[in-house]
Design a binder for this molecule. Sequence first.
Ligand code: ADP
Length: 392
Amino acid sequence: MKIMSINAGSSSLKFSLFDMDTENVLVSGLFERIGIEGSCYTIKNSEFKIKQDAELNNHSDAVKILLDKLIELKIINSLEELDGIGHRIVHGGDKYTDSVVVSDQVVEDIIRFSDYAPLHNPAHAVCIKAFREVLPNTPMTVVFDTAFHQTIAKDRYLYAVPYEWYEKHHVRKYGAHGTSHRYIAKKLAEELGRDDLKIICCHLGNGSSISAIKDGKCVDTSMGFTPLAGVVMGTRSGDIDVSLVPYVMEKEGKSVGEIMDCLNKKSGFLGISELSSDSRDIENAVKEGNEQAALAQKMFVNSVVKYISQYYVELGGCDVIAFTAGIGENSAATRLEIIEELACLGIKLDVEANNVRGEVRCLSSSDSTSMVYLVPTNEELMIAMDTLALIK
Ligand code: ADP
């Protein structure tokens, strides 16, 4: 069976086509700068890579070119060979607790939840409509990034603010990266042959979040009402005292929108280091003795350690600490710094085993009180697996 997973942004469309018998990617690619001058697309697999300029006025243009190219490149012989399409959706509000088959109601809800994800949800809806126009008979599903976090209990998802904000405006913790956290929990359960695990999953990338997972269900997560909350990130501040917002507004003569922009796009690694949002640049600068880069790295590690220790208690102990995403999968140095801070809990890395990337591997020493694992994430495959399960 062939299933395509789609991740649409406001000006982009990423896709991966899976052969679900082998779970291998047949082809993947990216349409960029949709609706902006200089639009183009890339399509690739292990045998070829095509990069082409193209007029992409809207998502429909991208969908049409994508489907034509799949046939032209002989990846498929006809559109009937596409057994299903799964769309990644950033926000499912508090309604969607699982992936579902697309219907008019689902599309309406995605648009309704745009308040929570103004950059993403409208683009998802446009993209689903574009696919439904060209492929009216192909089964389609949506996989919500918030769904996995819907098992969090009320005493953990509420903020201690006037209760009517929750009742009237649905102000609460929603979390993000749920598809990744769910994939890691599933992989670890398979790897260890147990579904009763207490997992602290550290998805550390440009955006980072940490989840506490018990018996495959999410108990708590570090991102909040929006993905701005939680640990220090590439350009996002993570948790702050909101009182600094009106204070800096007044001092700098900035609007609330400008301050929010700073907190989302000019903070985190970038804000503290005044150098880069990319952890590789930060690591290199630290080696060269850059003090602000070292400060940014330490603040990032501190924030991750803070959440791990909180979740260790919330879960009543921990079987596995898992690292995933760009930094979690690639930076042995950062993993080591984080785990060294947890020495008082008896958690220890095997420094040699930790020198690895791109594979599922146990990184902890044999006398560590919790296991530490590297598990590469694969949100696209998780979307395709959900789609397969739903259309079957
Ligand atoms: P996104 O949130 O955009 O999906 P990624 O999961 O791709 O982000 O992670 C991007 C981050 O991963 C960047 O900070 C990047 O520097 C980091 N990263 C990628 N490769 C390495 C590496 N080899 N060493 C350290 N960090 C890395």
